[in-house]
Design a protein around this ligand. Sequence first.
Ligand code: SF4
Ligand code: SF4
Ligand code: SF4
Length: 191
Amino acid sequence: MKKDKIINRRDFIQTGIRTGIGAGLGIIGFGLISRSVEGKTIWQLDPAKCVQCGNCATECVLQASAVKCIHVTDMCGYCDLCSGFFRPGALELTTGAENKLCPTGAIVRTYVEEPYFEYRIIEELCNGCGKCVQNCGAFGNGSLQLQVRQDLCVNCNQCAIARSCPAEAYSRVEPETAYLLKGFEELKITD
Ligand code: SF4
Ligand code: SF4
Ligand code: SF4
């Protein structure tokens, strides 16, 4: 059995940053699942298996991939030096394009208070390449994760990404478990 991660509320960063489930999860409720999938299973990828090969960005039948980066904000460390945001070897921790890792500028870094920064994904700009996910997993706590956005996916009979996925990370899931977010289910908050 997995051990839950216990976080003391006093250790939390000041109020206003962590908002319950968090913005990254709050926006992916069931209301955003396409009506056409009612009663059917749907495709989702398991972030715990994903090796960020890049196929999620290139193999989807949609012109802009249905796979996007999701930020599990309740897991995030709100780091000054975010390995998902800054490219390795960045000379300065500023938002200059030369310092950013994301090729499309889809991650917004916002100052909260010393030394904390909030990171938000602009979904329309994200192509699902997984570069930020890879670095956050390698050097951070893995709060950036790829997911099939169920409001975008057309639920192909044979998912083209699933066919090409080297990690066998894709499976059909019930609509009730439309999103599979690594680590979130383990996170508990105490008073
Ligand atoms: S194809 Fe599979 S391994 Fe590659 S990025 Fe997508 S889920 Fe991850
Ligand atoms: S690095 Fe790739 S996966 Fe991450 S936000 Fe940018 S486009 Fe999306
Ligand atoms: S089922 Fe189709 S639309 Fe959905 S992620 Fe796979 S290839 Fe893209």
